[in-house]
Design a binder for this molecule. Sequence first.
Ligand code: ADP
Ligand code: MG
Ligand code: MG
Length: 882
Amino acid sequence: MSNAKYVYLFHEGKAEMKSLLGGKGANLAEMTHIGLPVPPGFIITTEACIDFYNADRQFPQGLEEQVLEKVKILEETTGKKFGDPERPLLVSVRSGAVISMPGMMDTVLNLGLNDETVEGLAASTNNPRFAYDCYRRFLQMFGDVVLGIDHHYFEVVLESQKVDKNVYFDHQLTAEDWQQIIAKYKRIIEKETGKQFPQQPIEQLFLAINAVFNSWNTDRAVVYRRIHRIPDDLGTAVNVQAMVFGNMGDDCGTGVAFTRNPSTGEKSLYGEYLTNAQGEDVVAGIRTPQPISKLAEEMPDVYRQFKETCELLEKHYRNMQDIEFTIERGKLWMLQTRNGKRTVQSAIKIAVDMVEEGLITKEEAITRVEPAQLDHLLHRRIDPDAKLDVLAKGLPASPGSAVGAVVFDSDLAEKIAQEGKKVLLVRLETTPDDIHGIVAAQGVLTSRGGMTSHAAVVARGMGKPCVCGCEAIKIDYASKSFRVGDKVVKEGDVISIDGSTGQVIMGEVPMIDPEISPEFQKLLQWADDIRRLDVRANADNPEDARKAREFGAQGIGLTRTEHMFMAPDRIPLVQKMILADDIEGRKQALDQLLPMQQNDFYGILKAMDGLPVCIRLLDPPLHEFLPSAEELAVEITRLKLSGENAEELLEKEDLLRQVRTLSEFNPMLGHRGCRLGITYPEVYEMQARAIFQATAQLVSEGYTVIPEVEIPLVIEEKELAYLRQVVVETADRVKEETGIDFHYTVGTMIEMPRAALLADEIANQADFFSFGTNDLTQTTLGFSRDDAEGKFMHHYLERKILTDNPFIVLDRKGVGKLMQITVEQGRKVKPDLLIGICGEHGGEPSSVEFCHIIGLDYVSCSPYRVPIARLAAAQAAVNNRD
Ligand code: ADP
Ligand code: MG
Ligand code: MG
């Protein structure tokens, strides 16, 4: 351990060393390397942090010596010295984890100042006001971040000074004001810690490094890592960097900028800056910052240089950058760069534009967009023609629309959301302590802060709608309400926000269906060229089928016929069928259902002209079509008491008896699926007939129809052989009756472990397989989904016994193994056996990747997820090239 190199100068590192140097440090090193103006400094590695924890929060051996060595080098490079009253070296101490965690650990600026050096700084810059401003900032930051004193104490002092002096902004305070504040700050520190403020710069430095290491394990950091699934053992690096000053006067400033618009992706610099300011002033909302374009007027030379630097960084990283900079007396300094967080709209546009600019390949573009984020684009947004009761307008900080009940507190937001209600988090501004509230909320509304404020950045990262800086709403936490003019909105009232326009709207607004932008279309086309998997959709009616086709589905992977049985006009017939005493009675009811089913199939098959449609025969247990025993019992009691309708009473009593007979101990494993087909072949026969009559009709009308008849829940070749015969005979009969020839296939769902294990036998009777991974997951794990998710799944996830909910992310290890066996065994018998997957996993990116890896032919998912699956399938192809 003691031999480890714990400290790197900026020019000893590079971007690839991110896991050792942290994201911020690696990029500072990289910028230094390519010759950009970066204040010099050094990086303490993440390894040092890990060793710090291994050594029970003690600095690992050798660390202090190495730091002192680098401080010396820093002193030589800058010609300044720690504690030198004439030319004091001042540094910033910045945390920097491998994966950027916004707001996790706060930076300390101006470290190295003390009662003596502050005078030196005042004299050497000939600017006492500036020097005292730096010192008071340092005392506050150090007091808060390193010594753990509530920042509120410091703020109260500052506020009362402003009130006394009758000024509004910090920069209106004078050198003398700052001196008075400094004295008070020092007293606060003494009182709160019982010790004098540490005057030795080296001591300050080690205290700060220690604090950065410790902050790796603060509650909020731990929560953030849990939400974002970041491992706990990565550790954070510490960056120590010579200070540059944006607060020396009006030819100084500090700012943040994105090389492209993080909201829309538009190719133009996007950012804000403040003159005569330092560090976080821009994002803290102290004064309203200026748009970056204004810099072109105020400091044209700096602006030109900055613009060129941005272009250079984009080319270098081949990605949109999020940049922090400071201007000290007309000189530009780069303080940070990283790949910028962006909305999904922006990600798509930037990826497509960068391909067209020749910066990246199509394959790379495909991997630049997170498929799961597309969800957000494929969802509904506010109807542009709706009449809106617009309350106020803020900054459009993260696009999309959200509706929910107003909540002012993050804990409460989380609580109410857990009860299944939609909430909107409304705050003056958000801090890292609000993360769980933001996660729980549909969207965020703040009354303060700009486009780069905490709320805005976090919401964009999560793809949540956000309106910020909406100054027109006057929030009063105490009375749990906000007011706009004379309107008062109370906690619990429903409002809507539109993060694309900044509008805050009273009530729930009407939404419309999504549409796909030309860039999105293009990206999906590239994805189609790259992917090997076909993408189908699950659709139970012609509208969904049409929607699926619009979204690029190449067929229907699952049509559930039971949904058609549930329609209100059909349920009595279905019940009649179920309750029939004999086969004759059942056939009568089925005859009445036949034309209705035929009509359903006609619509879907027609909408999918030229594409395959997989239709599953009846699957759920019959009692699902009957009223519940409790309802009936209540009804019967009522009838008995009233004594009026004796006939109805008898009928209901009869029905209740039937319901009780049909009730099952474990319906999931009960009389359902092909087991119904085995006991009531006439039901499957009717459904097959409906499919084939619709097919014959469409063929005669000139359509190309490709029905695939699917038998659910099969466990044994003989089951399928029998039911296949029922279907084939029906087809033959329909062909004979109509004189029309048509093509069809018969296959099965693979959703029981036994079917997977005996796939080679079952394949003899099947033209295709389709994995029903919901039931396959239930039966492989022995988890009933509703019970698992309602009762114990979260324990499994919290204890990390399971990494993901297997009903959402396919369990590759267990269920996946059965799938692999199925594919191998099935294709051994029939090398060209068509194999797909239907159900929710078919639209989940990691599951799609697995389907690609084991060689399925297609995935099928809900229509709205088709674009997600197209992109995920392409990413699977790119990431699994052999
Ligand atoms: P965060 O990760 O929260 O952005 P940073 O370490 O980047 O924290 O720093 C906070 C602020 O301080 C930023 O505005 C940054 O540009 C500024 N800053 C950091 N180091 C220096 C420095 N050496 N000189 C001047 N400003 C600095
Ligand atoms: Mg910060
Ligand atoms: Mg920063």
